[in-house]
Design a protein around this ligand. Structure first.
Ligand code: 4AD
Ligand code: MG
Length: 464
């Protein structure tokens, strides 16, 4: 195991003259005038450690195996580096090959690869500069999520992954079964599959959201959050959709839509600031390689007030815009990506919180407004990404909720416990869900959601 003081991140801070052992994977090797220059990286930081080794220190047949992707261990001494790009380098005294990577077959040679190619090598892409930076930022961002809520007294609750309820009432769920699919048991009467013989005695699914269970906990612990994997069987092949993604869902009792919006804005700004403070080198890399405006955009968002815009106003702005929409703008239609982009990138040039959507395009649990037509929904839209957060004040009035469930053709009995929360000790409450990968796209400037999650699952793809 590499102890933290032996990581390359730490070695690069050492004073010249210190004796060290370094381990890592070879990025490149260059031989010049009887000296080998080997760049190694162990994932602890973006920068490689340069190992400089005189030819007589290692046999030629050993050095020949020190190729891109190989794993090596070097003992030596840190010295001042005469070269550009680093203050210190490692003068190697001895070298051990821990794992060769035969160049004739190792797929990631030192030339640059496209992100699409790297996706096919999901087992090696984490060794590249880009994915090293992506996953260090992901690690920091996940930590910041917990830090934010823990500092504010929110209880972290683990909501179930296997579930028998549809939290969004949208039916985009992956079914989980242990029945023999080639010969499932059937009811003698109708011939339908007999789920009483399935593992849970009824149909079960992977969760689409932990919200409904988080509500149970909010009505006992006041302020709670979940942070876990969620699954959606929507067949959307876009750069913003995954079949498996991570979601953060806070839920607060004694909180209305305004409190919900305030928390969402504070949360996003906190995450951005945390990553800027803790991942500066990685963000600079993204700016240089992928998104020239990254740091300016993040600074701008962290320091400006988000726009708050009722849906009806948004439709007004969009219908007055002088442009051809692919999807028609009309009150009652959902906002499409082109509309969200227009609002955030052209009208306001910052995040916009759209509120009070028509009830027919939102989930059953959102609180109905006095107009009977709109609900206390909020979507946070971000430039370049579109919807990053979806949330609402919840319907706490039992009769209104029952009416909505019926109106949408959902089964009241499936939600018996959810309705009980309204019958016993119910109170005003609100919450939202932040798509973790959408946030990752935002802070890294990466354009495809498949490149900010370790192992993307999308229609037709579940490798590794
Ligand atoms: O808007 P959504 O569907 O809201 C909910 O699931 C609520 N239960 C949240 C709540 O109020 N507790 O999803 C929330 C967020 C979206 O705004 C988006 O960022 C992300 O989850 N998201 C996806 N991210 C990647 N791939 C997908 N297929 C996503 N679907 C939603
Ligand atoms: Mg949504």
């Amino acid at each position: 195991m590499i102890k933290s003081h032996e990581s390359i991140r730490n070695l690069l801070q050492l004073a010249p003259g210190t004796a060290v052992t370094a381990r890592g994977w070879v990025k490149t090797r260059r031989d010049s005038k009887g000296v080998h220059f080997i760049q190694i990286n162990d994932g602890s930081c973006l920068k490689d450690l340069q190992v400089v080794m005189e030819a007589d220190r290692a046999p030629a047949d050993l050095i020949a195996k020190v190729t891109t992707g190989a794993c090596i261990r070097v003992e030596g001494e840190m010295v001042e580096s005469p070269g550009k790009g680093q203050a210190v380098e490692l003068r190697g005294h001895s070298l051990e090959l821990l794992g060769a990577a035969p160049p004739e077959s190792y797929p990631l040679q030192k030339k640059k690869h496209t992100l699409e190619t790297l996706r096919e090598f999901g087992h090696f892409r984490a060794r590249s500069n880009t994915f090293g930076a992506v996953f260090r930022v992901r690690n920091a961002l996940a930590f910041a999520v917990h830090k934010f809520f823990q500092e504010r007294g929110f209880l972290y609750v683990h909501t179930p992954i296997l579930t028998t309820s549809d939290a969004e009432g949208a039916g985009a769920m992956f079914q989980v079964t242990t029945l023999d699919l080639s010969n499932p048991p059937r009811l003698p009467t109708t011939g339908a599959i007999d789920y009483s013989q399935d593992f849970f005695g009824k149909p079960a699914y992977l969760t689409v959201s932990g919200q409904l269970e988080a509500e149970i906990f909010a009505l006992a612990f006041s302020n709670v959050y979940t942070f876990g994997p969620t699954f959606r069987a929507e067949n959307s092949n876009t750069p913003r959709h995954l079949a498996e993604f991570w979601m953060i869902e806070p839920e607060m009792a004694f909180c209305d839509l305004t409190g919900n919006m305030e928390l969402a804005e504070e949360f996003l700004k906190y995450l951005i600031t945390y990553v800027m403070d803790h991942c500066a080198a990685d963000l600079e890399f993204f700016q240089q390689r992928y998104e020239p405006d990254l740091l300016a955009t993040l600074e701008h968002v962290a320091s400006s007030d988000f726009v708050r815009l009722p849906y009806t106003e948004a439709v007004k702005i969009l219908s007055q815009a002088s442009r051809q929409w692919e999807f028609p703008v009309a009150w009652g239609n959902d906002l499409q990506s082109e509309h969200e982009r227009y609002l955030t990138e052209e009208t306001f040039r910052k995040p916009v919180i759209v509120t009070d959507y028509p009830k027919q395009i939102k989930a059953f649990y959102m609180r109905l407004n006095e107009d009977g037509k709109t609900v206390r929904a909020m979507d946070v839209l971000a430039p370049g990404i579109g919807e990053i957060i979806g949330g609402s004040q919840r319907e706490e009035r039992e009769e209104v909720l029952v009416a909505r469930i019926r109106e949408l053709g959902l089964k009241e009995e499936d939600y018996w416990w959810y309705l009980d929360l309204r019958r016993y000790g119910g109170v005003e409450h609100s919450g939202f869900g932040l798509g973790f990968e959408r946030m990752m796209m935002y802070v890294t400037g990466m354009k495809n959601i498949r490149d900010v999650i370790p192992f993307p699952r999308t229609p037709g793809h579940a490798d590794f």
